[in-house]
Ligand binder design. Structure first.
Ligand SMILES: C[S@@+](CC[C@H](N)C(=O)[O-])C[C@H]1O[C@@H](n2cnc3c(N)ncnc32)[C@H](O)[C@@H]1O
Length: 281
């Protein structure tokens, strides 16, 4: 896709202009989200029109005008071409999702990670997804494993409405239990000690929720998929630094690190790292 976009844009823009646009370009259903550097602001409309004309199924092109921010992890979007709708349908790993690009968090760049985790789950597991968004991880897991139950928590009401919708869309509504609220409140009061596996896909501040994630695990322990953003000079250093951070965040617990990998680079010298941690309780 990157090569195709570069080809399309380089007919109209200078090669280096086209290159810097291509690394920050996502297609989500019928929508494109692109980051455009300030120097190219006057060409925003033109860039939008080229994308709309050249990529057949695309109906809307948005420019991302702010980084992901706030409790709901939302980003600012401005329409630069096509239809002004941010409600799109997206398909991944045999599942369909309705996503509201304006009012919920979503990234197609986590697709490989979603499948990796879904493949680790065994059939009768109970999973708690503490930061569920529109239900992507939870629904892929539930669809892949027919006897698996997932507690699907998010603090954003729009995300939970879409999670419920998406669970029905994929026929897993009886096994994906969506819960609206702060994971720190819901886990101790409603789903304490039930999970074989806990997902923590809130890399900016997962460390604040470690006690709560451990509380969610069954009394004999289980796996936590811990996401973090790590500042480091390179990928190898990021993995090393993440281990140091984890030892500090889980200092009160008996843990075994099972696996770690860089999910993606999210900024200059900033890496998203996932670590699979077994916690003995
Ligand atoms: C980075 S997004 C991940 C969404 C989803 N797992 C995905 O990968 O598409 C983090 C999500 O956590 C939710 N969130 C933030 N703080 C929360 C909290 N205290 N309790 C529950 N959910 C929270 C946000 O609303 C957001 O949807």
């Amino acid at each position: 896709m990157t090569r195709m976009l570069k080809g399309i844009l380089s007919q109209t823009l200078a090669a280096e202009e086209a290159a810097c646009l291509c690394s920050s370009f996502d297609i989500i259903g019928n929508a494109v989200i692109i980051k455009i550097p300030e120097t190219l602001t006057p060409k925003r409309g033109l860039i939008g029109k080229i994308i709309l004309d050249e990529i057949k199924h695309v109906k809307s092109v948005f420019v991302q005008v702010s980084s992901v921010n706030g409790d709901y992890r939302l980003r600012g979007l401005e329409l630069i071409a096509g239809e002004n709708t941010t409600l799109v349908e997206y398909k991944e790993h045999g599942c369909k999702f309705k996503v509201d690009l304006n009012n919920t968090y979503f990234s197609p760049r986590l697709s490989t990670e979603r499948l990796r985790i879904a493949n680790l789950v065994s059939n009768c597991e109970v999973v708690t997804n503490m930061f569920a968004g529109v239900g992507t991880y939870s629904i892929i897991i539930a669809k892949k494993h027919r006897n698996c139950k997932v507690f699907n928590i998010d603090i954003n009401p729009v995300a939970i409405d879409l999670s419920n919708f998406n669970s029905r869309l994929n026929g897993v509504e009886s096994r994906v239990i969506s819960m609206l609220g702060d994971a720190r409140d819901l886990i101790p009061t409603e789903i304490l000690s039930q999970a074989d596996r806990v997902l923590m896909p809130l890399p900016e501040k997962a460390y604040e929720f470690v006690d709560c994630a451990v509380q969610a695990l069954k009394d004999d322990g289980g796996i936590i998929h811990y996401f973090a953003h790590i500042k480091a000079s390179g990928k190898k250093n990021a993995l090393e630094q993440s281990l140091i951070d984890i030892k500090s965040a889980f200092t009160n617990y008996d843990i075994e690190i099972q696996f770690g990998r860089i999910v993606r680079e999210v900024g200059p010298r900033l890496y998203q790292v996932v670590t699979d941690i077994y916690v003995n309780k």
